[in-house]
Design a binder for this molecule. Structure first.
Ligand code: DAH
Length: 362
């Protein structure tokens, strides 16, 4: 076979234009194999070198090598162009505009109990009360004895207490049956004047339409040198009006008994039940909403405060019932079912925080 220079040039030109025309990496790879692979067209021409005379080889050797290198370089260059274009296409297709608004609104809701706790904290913050906390697992002293409920006192039976197993000191801790132990902890750790509310979880072995074994209370405590029952009434009236967002609320203080207050009262608010709807504030019916009174001297003494110098008032109120009344939820048990449909209906948007100025519940 006789090879001419123009054969080489023609093949080189054909391969070149094929490389330029390859519009994807697979097509380019096919061209590479068909030219430079073992059985490729250029490789085939190179095989002729073996049968050539020395003079011919001097001409065709460099010529074929040059053609081979030129084609290899063109393939490499085309490959990087195609790879760049492929990357560009992928980046465009996966492009995310981080400045766009998120497409789905937040799904979570604030539970009505949390909402009511926030509302209560906001109302009392406006009257200069701090929020205090205590442990859910209490000792007998803070939950009972210091609150003037000594062992064998009948009030202990009324509390349906959950007791923990006896510990190494022979002591049985309890799940706090009310938030009143936070009063004790506050008076032990803080000098009067004291103004606190203590919202939190409480526990009693009780369960029906209106009772759950875990429920929520808020405790209030004011201690100074001259707090009176009048201040107590004014404070509670301001609270009830702000909480139910009404200008007038009929209130009734009924004499009652709690070991930790003397005198003690239970507070009812006026309401009406018409057309299956409950209206708070006016009407001929009454709803009991909390217990209160002047802190018993014995309680002050248990906390190391001199009853001749200090006095004050306290109150305790069930939060779940307030939430049911304000937001019209009929069954307390649904509060603790963790049913997303219920929460979606009764819950609150996370960023709608209650404020006195901006509206408590709107
Ligand atoms: N601790 C009482 C209860 O759980 C509620 C209560 C009544 C708290 C009167 C008080 C109070 O601070 O003065 O039933």
């Amino acid at each position: 076979m006789s090879l001419s220079e123009s054969d080489v040039k023609t093949l080189e030109a054909e391969l070149s234009s094929a490389i330029d025309g390859a519009d994807n990496l697979d097509a380019l790879e096919d061209i590479r194999v068909s030219a430079l692979g073992k059985k490729g067209s250029l490789s085939g021409l190179m095989k002729n070198l073996g049968g050539m005379s020395a003079e011919e080889r001097q001409v065709f050797g460099p010529l074929l090598n040059l053609a081979k290198n030129t084609i290899a370089e063109q393939i490499t260059a085309r490959k990087s162009t195609l790879e760049g274009a492929a990357l560009e296409t992928r980046l465009m297709s996966e492009r995310v505009d981080v400045t766009l608004p998120v497409s789905t609104p937040p799904q979570g809701r604030i539970h009505p109990v949390s909402q009511v706790m926030d509302e209560i904290a906001e109302i009392f913050a406006d009257m200069n009360f701090n929020v205090a906390e205590g442990p859910d697992i209490e000792d007998d002293f803070h939950n009972f004895t210091a609150l003037n409920i000594p062992p064998e006192h009948p009030a202990r039976q009324m509390h349906d207490t959950f007791y923990l197993p006896e510990n190494e000191n022979g002591e049985r801790k309890v799940l706090r049956t009310h938030t009143s132990p936070v009063q004790i902890r506050t008076m032990q750790n803080q000098k009067p004047p004291i103004r606190i509310i203590a919202p939190g979880r409480t526990y009693r072995s009780d369960s029906d339409m209106t009772h759950t074994p875990m429920f929520h209370q808020v405790e209030g405590l004011v201690i100074d040198e001259n707090a009176t029952m009048g201040h107590l009434k004014g404070t509670l009236e301001a609270f009830v009006k702000a909480f139910f967002e009404v200008d007038n609320v009929k209130m009734r203080f009924r004499p009652s008994y709690f070991p930790f207050t003397e005198p003690s009262a239970e507070v009812d608010i006026g309401c009406s039940f018409a057309d299956g709807e409950i209206r708070i504030g006016e009407g001929d019916d009454w709803l009991e909403i909390l217990g209160c009174g002047m802190v018993n001297d014995k309680v002050l003494e248990h906390c190391g405060l001199d009853p001749k110098q200090y006095q004050g008032f306290a109150f305790g109120c069930g939060i779940d019932r307030l939430a049911m009344l304000k937001y019209g939820a009929p069954d307390l048990r649904a509060f603790f079912d963790s049913d997303m449909r219920w929460l979606k209906h009764y819950g609150f948007l996370p960023l709608d925080m209650p404020t006195i100025a901006g509206g408590l519940s709107s």
